[in-house]
Design a protein around this ligand. Structure first.
Ligand SMILES: [Zn+2]
Length: 508
């Protein structure tokens, strides 16, 4: 088995590569690196370790020729290359170049290869957009309402659509949730991104190691020819029940390594109240049933990180005030910090991330005033999924995909305020014709719309972000959009470079 990979220098990529190369039947892994000094020495280290089983190439993931050279002779392509926040915020152009154009180039290269390798594309939980404790559980098929001004989320969403529309023989899209890795604390504590979370939002974690294990088990089962029903589909990659947390709990887990509760270091009004991304996966077991990879609980993993970095425990003897002065005060002053947006009066960001002036004015001034699901008595039961309300997909999706009919497609379209114009559907990958509530006609498969949750490519993908307007005529969007937005809100958000712009939407 020969496998091509991009993005192996990232936290996920390192684990996936290491796990894959433990498999005796994998004769070669070809990896593509961007030409950087750091990557050259990393490639050299890999080469020393894996010798002929590893082939390193340098090139550009958004160049189709480089992708074609990489995948030549390979049976599988694992496309993990990505530009993630905070870099994608500082360089939205680079996010588009790598996250979108890179995926397009790779998809084109795969489509043009004979025979085609199978494409495994790493997407993100970010495509679902903001979730609250009203609907903390989500699944594949839920609306894709990416958070305003987030270039990474925007480009991951569009990249998925490109793959779904492409003539690929075998592909899978894996929507990866937030990932715990050994360097998470030092990475997060060096950037104001750490304040860009919603304290009372659901977040599911998976460890980088479990993600690596998933791939090892995937290739093992594939080698045994057991994975026919797995391909040409979309899945959520999560950590399961033991990976579920909230924004607040995540802070608490991280800070516990330093020795104190979040209350000792932070104020609740330093954090966002919406326009974030994260959810608990109601369907995480779909992938777990295939690959049995969820071993690390979030708590255990944090403890393991603590053991690897005993230096953090010094925080126990350092006064919390000193930690603030040495560390957090500087981060709060960075341009990406929500506190900085408030000080600057960044109208567009305050609307998107807080619901405007009113939202900012009602931020809790103390921890006592902060309402957190994690502190209520029913929280453990909620995390187990007791009484969880799932979003509707507008048709009976309890049936297996192979049983979906054109009537199901029509029902799904009506729930989106539109219509399915096609007369027949024999396969979920058949292209059907659809009409959205804004009057656009487009073609897409049932797999794209009804399984993956995508909809109109003309109005549904930012830039601009127009979900305030779209939700008014689309019940599928409305069922979750108004969990964290007011019905009177009517804004369109645009990203001009790294500048955030907000405009009043014109009534139709
Ligand atoms: Zn449309």
């Amino acid at each position: 088995m020969k496998i091509a990979m991009t993005g192996v220098s990232g936290e996920m990529g390192r684990e996936v590569l290491a796990f894959t190369l433990t498999l005796p039947f994998v004769s070669k892994v070809k990896v593509l690196f961007t030409k950087k000094k750091r990557n050259v020495s990393f490639a050299r280290r890999l080469k020393r370790r894996y010798r002929d089983r590893l082939e390193a190439a340098f090139g550009n993931v958004s160049g189709k020729e480089d992708c074609a050279r990489l995948i030549e002779g390979c049976d599988y392509v694992v496309h993990m290359a990505g530009v993630i926040p905070p870099l994608s915020d500082e360089r939205p152009d680079l996010s588009e170049e790598v996250n979108l154009r890179g995926t397009m180039a790779m998809t084109d290269a795969v489509c043009e290869a004979t025979p085609q390798p199978a494409l495994i594309h790493i997407s993100s939980v970010a495509v679902y957009g903001n979730r609250t404790m009203r609907h903390p559980f989500g699944r594949v098929g839920d609306p894709l309402l990416v958070s305003a001004f987030e270039a990474y989320d925007r480009d991951k969403l569009k990249a998925e659509r490109y793959i779904l529309d492409a003539p690929l023989e075998r592909f899978v899209i894996l929507r990866q949730t937030a990932m715990l890795h050994p360097r998470i604390l030092q990475k997060n504590m060096s950037d104001s991104l750490m304040f860009r979370i919603v304290l009372d939002a659901p977040l599911e974690w998976v460890s980088a190691r479990d993600t690596g294990r998933l791939f090892a088990h995937l290739f093992e089962r594939e080698e045994r020819g057991e994975l026919g029903s797995f391909w040409n589909n979309v899945y959520n990659v999560g950590g399961g029940e033991r990976g579920r947390a909230s924004g607040y709990e995540t802070l608490a887990d991280g800070m516990s390594l330093i020795g104190r509760k979040p209350e000792a270091y932070f104020r609740p009004d330093w954090f966002l109240t919406r326009n974030f991304h994260g959810m608990w996966f109601a369907d995480g077991d779909e992938l777990e049933r295939f690959f049995s990879f969820q071993r690390d609980g979030v708590r255990d993993y944090w403890r393991e990180i603590g053991k690897k970095h005993p230096i953090y425990s010094l925080g126990r003897v350092v006064p919390a005030k000193l930690v603030y002065f040495c560390l957090f005060r500087r981060l709060l002053k960075q341009e990406g910090s929500p506190k900085r947006w408030i000080e600057r009066g960044d109208k567009a960001r305050l609307q998107a991330y807080f619901g405007g002036k009113e939202g900012v004015d009602s931020l809790p001034a103390s921890w006592e005033e902060t309402d957190l699901a994690a502190k209520r008595s029913d929280y453990a039961a909620r995390k187990r999924g007791e009484g969880a309300a799932l979003l509707s997909h507008g048709f009976d999706d309890s049936k297996p995909m192979s049983k979906w009919t054109i009537d199901d497609a029509r029902s799904a379209a009506r729930f989106r305020g539109g219509e399915c114009l096609s007369a027949n559907m024999s396969d979920v990958r058949d292209l059907l014709s659809w009409l959205c509530a804004e009057g656009h006609t487009f073609s897409a498969s049932a797999l794209t719309v009804m399984r993956a949750g995508h909809w109109c490519p003309i109005c549904g993908y930012p830039d601009p972000w127009r979900y305030d307007a779209l939700a008014k005529r689309n019940p599928f969007y409305a069922q979750v959009w108004y969990d964290s937005h007011g019905k009177e809100e009517n804004y369109r958000y645009e990203l001009h470079g790294e500048h955030a712009v907000m405009k009043e939407e014109k009534e139709r």
